[in-house]
Design a protein around this ligand. Structure first.
Ligand code: UDX
Ligand code: ADP
Length: 476
């Protein structure tokens, strides 16, 4: 059964008797992590009742409706199978804390914008508020699980807050970081490389870990469930994201070398990726990484290193984000230089604004900074994206009037001097570029950030083609 907007189940208790079949799971935070993860747990564990709460009432209403608050392939179907069966969405944070046996915490942990550690340290205000809410509403013992990526030792801090009251209620805090990537969240959740659970080496710690393992064992093979200490688990999440981002920055730094020397970054990536010790994944050069995790987690790692008195380690990881910024500046400089050093008054079509394909998410999308730089240069932008236009409008709101938002890439391209591809949507590979070329101003340019288009074909059509990490295909 689907719900329509406004048909709220605020405060509604899960189906009577549901608790008799199994334990009650609560997730605090109905975002990109909490929503899909709980939908998968509900789908695989019909003997548990799963409720997801959030302070954002509009977000909860969207989870209850036919238009989910996030776009993720396969998610609509997953949610519709178990919503109102053993998966519920509610605004009633306090009431649901009271009823839950197991609480996942999946609230946002952005980077601090001001104060001590601004720009590096995690902003823990939402997380701490949640810990205090759990403390004031819990009347029975609970297992509390960190799902959000948090700084190392946060579980310890959470346990201290939870045990700071007078109550005899006991909490066991576990770390269970989520490794799903947006765009492939449903398959990542269904077939995870590993599930990581960090717990204390005490009787109650081991018991809590066993409870969580029991949930995942409904569908994840035992050998893929890894149990560690809490701190190892917390650090592993930051480290995994830092390693992935580091690969992207490594290949992007080499793309600059390729452009300077005439080597081809795709050939280089293939050659190094065939070494089984290196592996071929995460070696796509592009306009740099985006998304809510990579930059934030690296900065948190940098802050952790600094806090531990390890400035050399901090500098090492900071460089990964600096190369990411450099790559975006380099891309814009390349556009300007190819277009006779000016884009002022020129219509430029932006193809793709999401930070990667198959998501509407634009958090930390390189497209934001690249578009702003082009706008500062005086370009008239037409932004196109199959899923991210609403977010793009919000991200570029200060440039209202200077940007057109157009879902149809053909309309966006028409009358433009250049196509600037910023997201590697599969659909862009199948566009009729001869038709697009006919509708554009001459000379016409393509700047292919993700490098997925057929550059030779584009050149034959008539375009001046500028891929990252390759020699441009220009026309006289
Ligand atoms: C990442 C991690 O992969 C995931 O495990 C973690 O839970 C959350 O952070 P996500 O940010 O959703 O997931 O997407 P991911 O596929 O990792 O891509 C991140 C960014 O790197 C994107 O902007 C993507 O375009 C970029 N990227 C990725 C490259 O530029 N080149 C590559 O080869 C791979
Ligand atoms: P992520 O990508 O990590 O899932 P999101 O920002 O998409 O991050 O989701 C985090 C969610 O947590 C948001 O919907 C936010 O409203 C919610 N949230 C933050 N603080 C609280 C809180 N104290 N109680 C309930 N929900 C919260």
């Amino acid at each position: 059964m689907s719900r329509t907007k406004g048909d709220s189940i605020v405060g509604k208790k899960p189906a009577v008797g549901a608790g008799e079949k199994g334990k009650r799971i609560l997730c605090i935070g109905a975002g990109y992590v909490g929503g899909p993860t709980m939908a998968m747990i509900a789908r695989k564990c019909a003997d548990y009742t799963v409720t997801v709460v959030d302070v954002d009432a509009a977000r909860i209403r969207a989870w209850q409706s036919d238009k989910l608050p996030i776009y993720e392939p396969g998610l609509d179907e997953l949610v519709s199978v178990c919503r109102d069966r053993n998966l519920f969405f509610s605004e009633d944070v306090a009431g649901n804390i009271e009823q839950a046996d197991i609480i996942f915490v999946s609230v946002n942990t952005p980077t601090k914008k001001s104060g001590h550690g601004a720009g590096r340290a995690p902003d823990l205000q939402y997380w701490e508020k949640t810990a205090r809410e759990i403390l004031s509403n819990a009347k029975t013992d609970k297992i509390v699980i960190e799902k959000s990526t948090l700084p190392v030792r946060t579980a310890g801090a959470m346990a201290r807050i939870l045990h700071s009251g007078e109550s005899s209620v006991r909490f066991e805090v576990l770390s269970n970081p989520e490794f799903l990537a947006e765009g492939t969240a449903v398959s990542d959740l269904e077939l995870p490389d590993r599930v990581l659970i960090g717990g204390r080496e005490t009787d109650s710690g081991r018991h809590a870990v066993a409870e969580l393992v029991k949930i995942y064992r409904h569908w994840v093979p035992e050998e893929r469930i890894l149990t560690t200490s809490v701190w190892s688990s917390e650090l592993s999440k930051l480290a995994a994201n830092a390693f992935l981002a580091q690969r992207v920055s490594s290949i992007n730094s080499l793309s600059a070398v390729c452009e300077a020397t005439g080597a081809d970054i795709q050939e280089v990536a293939k050659a190094i990726g065939m070494d089984t010790r290196i592996g071929g994944k995460f070696l796509n050069a592009g306009i740099g990484f985006g998304g809510s995790c990579f930059k934030k987690d690296i900065l948190h790692l940098v802050y952790l290193c600094e806090s531990c008195g390890l400035p050399e380690a901090a500098d090492y990881w900071r460089q990964v984000t600096e190369i990411n910024e450099y790559q975006q500046r380099r891309f814009v400089a390349g556009i300007l230089s190819a277009m006779f050093n000016t884009v002022a008054g020129k219509r430029v079509a932006i193809l793709g604004f999401a930070f990667k394909p198959d998501t509407g998410d634009t958090r930390e999308s390189p497209a934001i900074g690249i578009c702003k730089r082009l706008l500062e240069e005086g370009a008239d932008l037409v932004v196109s994206d199959p899923q991210a236009l609403e977010n793009a409008e919000r991200d570029l709101s200060e440039w209202e009037g200077k940007v057109i938002f157009e879902k149809d890439p053909y309309k966006a391209a028409s009358g433009s001097h250049a196509l600037v591809v910023l997201t590697g949507w599969k659909a862009y590979e199948g566009l009729d570029f001869a038709r697009i070329y006919d509708s554009m101003v001459r000379p016409s340019f393509v700047f292919d950030g993700p490098g997925k288009l057929n550059h030779r074909e584009l050149h034959e059509v008539g375009f001046n083609v500028y891929p990252i990490g390759k020699t441009p295909l220009t026309r006289s």
